[in-house]
Design a binder for this molecule. Structure first.
Ligand SMILES: NC(=O)c1ccc[n+]([C@@H]2O[C@H](COP(=O)([O-])OP(=O)(O)OC[C@H]3O[C@@H](n4cnc5c(N)ncnc54)[C@H](OP(=O)(O)O)[C@@H]3O)[C@@H](O)[C@H]2O)c1
Length: 163
């Protein structure tokens, strides 16, 4: 099972200047809970953006195009196929970004955990909009953050349509 996990703005922005667009502690806790004990796959820019790396309690696979480069603290992979092979193919494997990696894994992913953050924010990296002909919503829950901004967001799970 290959799952993408991402938080997007209303216009599908996911990052700016190699940082996230918001800080939603509840969403970070959910990310940790879902990914804990599993393998996470990310691009090198997302790896470099992590405040603490590797992500504890998870196998961290980092993609780079640079032949022979070893990203210290991770299992380094050099192609999408290499990353999938190194993930061992058991349990749920989480694709955790960023934009280039999401785009490439959309073709092979089975499930999308998308946190829709209901605001528009200036971004320089975007998530590819899921094609409604290929993806169906299987779960959706709405929340509002507790902070003074009252930032509304929804957890939406999409699964690839069968057939
Ligand atoms: N909102 C969210 O949920 C979320 C989640 C994660 C990240 N983000 C945001 O996304 C942004 C980063 O995304 P990004 O698209 O700029 O970078 P990225 O996807 O994290 O990393 C890009 C790098 O990955 C490597 N790579 C990509 N495809 C590869 C392939 N097929 N084979 C081997 N290596 C490959 C290359 O590394 P080399 O340059 O070493 O060759 C490439 O430069 C940041 O702003 C971050 O905060 C948001």
């Amino acid at each position: 099972m290959i799952s993408i996990i991402v938080a997007v703005s209303d216009d599908w922005g996911i990052g700016s200047k190699n940082e996230l667009l918001w800080h939603i502690p509840e969403d970070m806790k959910r990310f940790r809970k879902l990914t804990m004990g599993n393998t996470v796959i990310m691009g090198k820019k997302t790896w470099e953006s992590l405040p603490k790396r590797p992500l504890a309690g998870r196998r961290n696979i980092v993609l780079t195009d640079i032949p022979g480069e070893v990203v210290n603290g991770s299992d380094t992979a050099y192609s999408i196929e290499d990353a999938i092979g190194k993930s061992g193919n058991d349990g749920e494997v989480f694709i955790i970004g960023g934009g280039t990696i999401y785009r490439q894994f959309m073709e092979v992913a089975d499930r999308l955990y998308i946190t829709h953050v209901h605001r528009n924010a200036p971004a320089d990296v975007y998530f590819p909009v899921p094609d409604p002909g290929r993806w169906e919503i299987v779960e959706s829950n709405d929340f509002v953050t507790d902070d003074e901004n009252r930032l509304p967001y929804s957890y939406v799970i999409y699964e690839r349509k069968k057939g």
